[in-house]
Design a protein around this ligand. Structure first.
Ligand code: C2E
Ligand code: CA
Ligand code: CA
Ligand code: CA
Length: 278
């Protein structure tokens, strides 16, 4: 038993070590990557399923590491967050996404751009002035910008969060609640926050139409959001059955692989062509 215990401990400590090493590796590489410009912002369309028109895009960061290849955001965003590097990286993402939005506007495309904010970034006292500067410098219409936050980011210091949201909204941007339904807040609680859009989480959408519970929940979220005069976007939409279900339940703006994965800007012409042929 003793030997087994030691082996088990050995096994765990090796695993912990590997995790700590990977974390340290990513932290170091993040600094280099930011300095050397290894990041790109990809864009996933949000489509009005009634006419297959793009109404907006979500900006999603991609890291192309010279040796490791593409490192997914789920692997490095939490580390960027824990180390505070997300503030610098996040400001770069805001800048990129606003330049993209301004280019679309210059082609007369009235598309919204959704940008993910991390918890650290949202709490940062300089966020409002950073964003204000980027808006003025890029000339983007602030009403085109949708900032995506998660419920948990609002729950800790409620009064501070409400104040920060009001300051952001004073710039003219909209606030979107990401992954809605996966956190602990109720819709009535959420109403205390000046939010504009709910994104129904992929976990509710992915098993439609097989899972009747998920269908009930999704329909209920959409119905309540409408009563509260919030716009709804469904994410992770992969099938025509899911689109039909959402449409029948009055949710028309959808985002997911059914229409497109996140793509770099130079693939937009191919996207338009594909949507035209639907
Ligand atoms: P999220 O904000 O919930 O983003 C949606 C994720 O779902 C994206 O993964 C997207 O590629 C993926 N997705 C979209 N449609 C489908 C679909 O139909 N099926 C499936 N299976 N997946 C779909 P991604 O790009 O890997 O990002 C993962 C998470 O990393 C994001 O979740 C977000 O929390 C974070 N993230 C990504 N980019 C940024 C960023 O620029 N800033 C911050 N702070 N976080 C980011
Ligand atoms: Ca998001
Ligand atoms: Ca989401
Ligand atoms: Ca998510």
């Amino acid at each position: 038993a003793k030997a087994k215990g030691r082996n088990t401990f050995h096994f765990y400590s090796q695993e912990l070590n590997a995790a700590a090493n990977e974390r340290l590796f990513i932290e170091n590489e993040l600094r280099t990557g930011i300095r050397e410009g290894q990041f790109r912002v990809y864009y996933q369309p949000q489509v009005d399923c009634r006419n297959n028109q793009v109404v907006g895009y979500e900006a999603l960061i991609r890291w192309f590491h010279p040796n490791e290849g593409m490192i997914p955001p789920t692997k490095f965003i939490p580390i960027a967050e824990a180390t505070g590097l997300i503030v610098e990286l996040g400001a770069w993402i805001l800048q990129e996404a606003c330049e993209f939005a301004a280019r679309l506007a210059s082609q007369d495309l009235k598309n919204n751009i959704s940008i993910n904010l991390s918890a650290r970034q949202f709490k940062d006292a300089n966020l409002v002035s950073t964003l204000d500067k980027i808006i003025k410098q890029t000339g983007v219409e602030p009403k085109r910008l949708h900032l995506e936050l998660t419920e948990s980011m609002l729950m800790g210091h409620v009064e501070a969060a409400i104040l920060q949201l009001h300051q952001l909204k004073a710039l003219g941007v909209s606030i979107s609640i990401d992954d809605f339904g996966t956190g602990y807040s109720s819709l009535s609680y959420l109403k205390r926050f000046p939010v504009d859009i709910l994104k129904v989480d992929r976990s509710f959408v992915k098993d439609i139409p097989q899972d009747s519970n998920d269908m009930e929940i999704t329909a209920a979220i959409i119905a309540m959001a409408q009563k509260l005069k919030l716009n709804v976007v469904a994410e992770g939409v992969e099938t025509i059955e899911q689109i039909e279900f959402l449409q029948n339940n009055n949710c028309y703006i959808v985002q997911g692989y059914y229409y497109s994965k996140p793509i770099p800007e130079d693939e937009l012409p191919a996207l338009y062509e594909q949507l035209n042929s639907l």
